[in-house]
Design a protein around this ligand. Sequence first.
Ligand SMILES: [Zn+2]
Length: 459
Amino acid sequence: MVDIVIKEGKIVTPTDIYEADIGIKDGKIVEIARNIEAKAEQVIDASGKYVLPGAIDPHTHMELPFMGTTSADDFEAGTIAAAFGGVTTIIDFAIQPKGKSFMDTIEIWRGKADPKVVIDYSLHVAVTDLNEERMAELSKVLDYGVTSFKLFMPYRKEGLMSDDGRLYAMLDASREHRFLVQVHAENAPVLEYLVEKFLREGKKTPEYHALSRPNFVEGEAIQRAIYLAHATNGNLYIVHMSTKEGLVAVAESLNKGFPIYAETFPHYLVLTEEKYYGPDGRHYVMSPPLRSRADIEVLWKGLASEKIVTVGSDHCPFNSEQKAMGKDDFTKIPNGVPGTEVIIPILYSEGVRRDIITINQLVKFTSYNVAKLFGLYPRKGTIAVGADADITILDPNYEMELSVENLHTKIDYSIYDGMKVKGVPTTTICRGKPIVLNREFVGKKGEGQFIPRSRFTGL
Ligand SMILES: [Zn+2]
């Protein structure tokens, strides 16, 4: 007797597609076979559909206090949206408050997340206050199961920035202690100079957000971070890469045989900087900003050639009232957009359907690679006997407009309004429990778990 049998779906792994049934018991996959005869409490028919390992969104900011407000999706709303997008685990950023230890930071974030999450989650620490005491704390944090640390190269005035010395120190430590250093790569002094210049000239409309962060601002910072990674032999992951300049720098390192792990997001794959000139320009303000059509094409090529290895979301939505805080000054617009629910629909519809990437690659970018890099594999990131039963059933014929009515983020607009996708997750199962069943939410607040992660071992 098993709890659930998923019948006749096409199972997708990084290398294969094959038709089989999946038996689930006590939250684990217990059998994969052509025809499972065992009695099941629940049978889910997946005929004509793809069965994928649950997506792991490596980059979210639920209920994040930022720029004088808090992102609009709390851990409940945000993980419900994620589940509708086929995501079964998020890795959120616990942002270190000044003066707090890393362990205190993790406790603060667990206090917010544990009672609310409907799917599993883990945490990265976003480092803002690095000193000798914190460096000495690293082993404890790694043993606890947090094995990745983000450093901000910009946000000097906001008090989040790590200078090159601190970035060097963390990259150096990452080799010995086996963790991953994530960087938000933008050149702080240059972008600050441009912001101040535009403000002085009275240029305060949303397009100046993008114009103050031109491609080279990201490209230079990525090159610098890679240079420091080479110097230390450190483990470097570039979060939210948005430019062709960034990809060129990553590709150069890969050609030398030195791995650099790059991540991008759905909004950088389909939206362009023209959005900043529209009436709702401020709704599209995030950092780094949207880029050109040429950058979009290069990012898709980066995925096709697997120079970019993960696709997350940077899910950090603000409603129109919050975005209006910056209606007269682009520097006061809270930075962030939703995205966790559209990772798979956009990758499938715009990537797989158009033959730019394969569905096996989609599984790598959204699940397998993320699990490998962030220490969740083989518990998650795969469909195999013994793994957690984290499963996404994708209906390749399900058509949907990415409108405010169809999406589950709490905000009152959609940055994708009017865009149609074909190929949408219809059922999402986390540790053997259906969270979304045939597009109905059947999960429960607080049923997701904090998942400790193992140390970095590469891809
Ligand atoms: Zn982010």
